[in-house]
Design a binder for this molecule. Structure first.
Ligand code: ADP
Length: 470
């Protein structure tokens, strides 16, 4: 329970309140007692000054009766007056019945040699409070002693103490509840995220955290959490698709190979027929190996384990080389392949073999999907801080619904079923372009042709030549 953040925050709130309010009340208490004491001393001093004047003017007889009268007015149990000789003998006094044991301090009397007045607090038997006493030199060998019992003032201070304690206790309860309420409110969002996470971990993978849209930290956490879940969801869906596609694409050639093997076992075919069958087995096996190799290459590149051989690659030259390779193939099919490249080198830092593969895959597709009589333009040109490679064909184009998926692994357009291919060509090209921090995009008008554009970063943002990983 003590690990709960709500409880800990509540305790902190309450503790801070208790400390700060106690400190404030304590300072107020000190000020109160100090000012009360000062007031009492002031009162005693002015009383003493008055009586001293009277003593000087009228002598000891008069002062004795004044002591009695004054004490009676204020209450004989609250105040007493005495005139003492320097060695402490009582010369005159008010009614001292309520002050039986009250004595005097010889030290205080002696100290009057150097100052005008001296104060002390004396205990009185039968009283809870001490009496505050002032000594003033009234004349030669005559010291005026006035004692005052600050009962009312002390009671007031005591009341203050009691009220303060009650205030602190009530404040503790109030601040504790307020703290609990606020902490719960603040942390309710965390609770929401936790609940969602628990229910997702129990299998409810579609569950998302409710966002309250007030833009606070918890909301941002919830949104980040939901985005992360969406991303994981997409990855899992992709993984499932890829797995089922892999299974499907590997199963078809394997089934064919098995079929041929069965025929070989049971049949009594001619040698020529067997040769043909073995030829098919080799072809299917090559297809399988091709799929597996391409998948491995994509996986290696995407996971960053593939070693890149980064050098300065002249794209103009790369385009010319590709032209040399593909020109005969295009010509055979009656397609006009043209290139447009700058006369000067167009250098990027990259892995030459992999960039060649990108161009080859795009050209291969263009040739495959362009009818005889069509044309293909392969070009390389400089763009602001980038190099642009593009393959434009006048082929059959890509239907709108296929366009967003052609870079997905194993995705093949409907019309591609009868055409050789495994749906990995563009995925591989995309993986290779991305590892160069470039982009690859496709535009197409069905029936008119397609354009594939590769943008690669140039000098300032180039990967360093010793780059071995993505
Ligand atoms: P594959 O060519 O092996 O089927 P790709 O990944 O290279 O796989 O291409 C995926 C799909 O994109 C193809 O099946 C085809 O439908 C479509 N496609 C690619 N390039 C072109 C193009 N130049 N013209 C028309 N369709 C294309």
């Amino acid at each position: 329970m003590f690990r709960s953040l709500t409880l800990r925050l509540t305790l902190w709130y309450a503790l801070i309140f208790a400390i700060s309010s106690s400190a404030m009340l304590f300072v107020a208490y000190l000020m109160l007692t100090r000012s009360t004491q000062q007031r009492i001393e002031q009162l005693l001093l002015s009383e003493a000054a008055e009586l001293k004047g009277l003593y000087h003017a009228r002598g000891i007889e008069k002062i004795g009766s004044e002591f009695v009268r004054e004490a009676e007015i204020s209450g004989t149990h609250r105040i007493f007056y005495r005139l003492l000789s320097s060695d402490g003998r009582e010369l005159a006094a008010s009614d001292l019945r309520a002050w039986k044991d009250v004595g005097f301090s010889q030290r205080a009397i002696d100290s009057l040699a150097t100052r005008d007045s001296a104060f002390e607090s004396l205990p009185v038997s039968g009283q809870r409070h001490e009496v505050r006493v002032v000594y003033v030199q009234a004349g030669e060998n005559a010291v005026l002693q006035i004692g005052y019992l600050p009962e009312d003032e002390e009671r007031f201070v005591e009341d203050y103490r009691r009220v303060s304690t009650a205030v602190i206790l009530a404040g503790l309860i109030f601040s504790g509840s307020l703290g609990w309420f606020m902490a719960r409110r603040a942390l309710s969002g965390v609770e929401r995220v936790t609940e969602a996470a628990i229910s997702i971990s129990r299998g409810d993978v579609r569950r998302r955290v409710a966002v309250s849209n007030n833009g606070d930290e918890i909301d941002r956490l919830a949104m980040a959490f939901n985005t992360m879940l969406d991303r994981i969801d997409t990855l899992i869906t992709n993984l499932k698709e890829v797995t089922s596609n892999v299974a499907h694409d590997l199963r078809s050639p394997l089934t064919r190979i098995r079929g041929i093997a069965e025929t070989t076992l049971s049949g009594e075919e001619t040698i020529a027929a067997y040769r043909e069958m073995v030829g098919t087995v080799v072809e299917e096996s090559d297809r399988l190996v091709g799929i597996i190799n391409t998948m491995l290459q994509i996986a290696e590149i995407e996971s960053g384990v593939a070693r890149m051989a980064i050098t300065e690659v002249d794209l103009a030259r790369l385009v010319r080389d590709a032209y040399e390779v593909f020109h005969p193939v295009a010509e055979d099919k009656g397609i006009a392949l043209k290139i447009a490249v700058p006369a000067t080198p167009l250098v990027v830092a990259g892995d030459s073999a992999r960039l060649q593969r990108v161009v080859a895959n795009l050209l291969d597709n263009a040739v495959k999907w362009t009818r005889p009589g069509g044309a293909i333009l392969l070009s390389a040109q400089e763009a602001p801080s980038q190099a642009r490679l593009s393959v434009v064909d006048t082929g059959i184009g890509i239907p709108e619904r296929d366009l967003p998926h052609i870079f997905d692994r194993f995705y093949r357009g409907d019309r591609s079923r009868s055409t050789p291919g495994n749906g990995l060509g563009l995925s591989l090209a995309q993986a290779f372009v991305r590892v160069h921090r470039g982009t690859i995009t496709a535009e197409s008008s069905p029936g008119k042709g397609s354009t594939f554009t590769v943008l690669l970063p140039r000098p300032s943002s180039l990967p360093t030549p010793d780059m071995t990983k993505r």
